[in-house]
Design a protein around this ligand. Structure first.
Ligand code: MF3
Ligand code: CO
Ligand code: CO
Length: 250
């Protein structure tokens, strides 16, 4: 496993790809409402990305058929856009990744469709705070294991399950580079975080059990117990001036 250290120039380019990913996500969120299909979100993300001179990284990535991941309710991640029309009370994670100047930017957000119950709002709110807790300990001198501890501590407080099969990742010219950024406590502090590293933190938090399974399509990840799952993701760079969230737009 080898972590690619980025130069300041590379981080400058990633600032642009990440800001664009965040902008695409914010624009996509604006078209989301009950009745909109996930295919319509896919078309919007595809066209907006291309119009900006970038490439939608999921498209054809290991055979993924669409330009964005749309994960509804009990779908944990990697949902494939289709004819499904969003309905009042759903939750939807939109995961946008684009490539600009050869560098990827990766970010996601879970949004509420129409009126959500307070139980659903709490899951989404705690999941966002899990991302914030992870980001808060992601700085040079700390260790990757500290991120998982911070996230799991908060999830445990609320009795939520932290998904273990999918993790954050290094990112740059590659969509998924080393290291794997685990969102749960392992008992080991792992590798040290140093300047020049760029990686994502993207906790998937389940209302119930942390267990998941992958559907027949080879992509869609579901909660095993059928309960809800939420996720937020940022790309973070360890710069000379400290940690910088590159996908901040919202
Ligand atoms: N964007 C996802 C991540 O955060 C990866 C999606 S891979 C795809 O790592 F092929 F499903 F698009
Ligand atoms: Co990612
Ligand atoms: Co992503």
């Amino acid at each position: 496993m080898s972590i690619k250290i980025k130069t300041e120039k590379e981080i400058g380019l990633m600032r642009e790809s990440c800001l664009l990913a965040a902008e695409i996500l914010a624009r996509a969120e604006e078209i989301v409402k009950p009745g909109v299909t996930t295919n319509e979100i896919d078309k919007f993300v595809h066209d907006y990305t291309v119009k900006k001179g970038a490439y939608p990284s999921p498209l054809n990535y290991h055979g993924f058929p669409k330009s964005v991941c749309t994960s509804v309710n009990n779908v944990v991640c990697h949902g494939i856009p289709d004819k499904y029309a969003l309905k009042d009370g759903d939750i939807l994670n939109i995961d946008v990744t684009c490539t600009l100047h050869g560098y990827h930017g990766d970010t996601s957000k879970t949004v509420l469709i129409g009126q959500a119950s307070s139980k659903i709002k709490k899951l989404v709110d705690v999941t966002y705070r899990c991302l914030e807790e992870g980001v808060a300990v992601a700085y040079p001198g700390n260790y990757f294991g500290d991120i998982g501890v911070a996230i799991q501590d908060l999830a445990d407080e609320h009795g939520y399950g932290v998904v273990r099969e999918f993790c954050g990742h290094g990112i740059g010219r590659g969509f998924h580079e080393d290291p794997m950024v685990l969102h749960y406590r392992t008992g080991s502090r792992g590798q040290r975080i140093t300047e020049g590293m760029v990686f994502t933190i993207e906790p998937m938090i389940n209302e119930g059990s942390p267990d998941v399974f992958v559907a027949e399509d080879g992509w869609t990840v579901f909660t095993r117990d059928g309960k809800l799952s939420a996720q937020f993701e940022h790309t973070v760079a360890m710069t000379r001036n400290g940690p910088e969230v590159l996908t901040k737009f919202w």
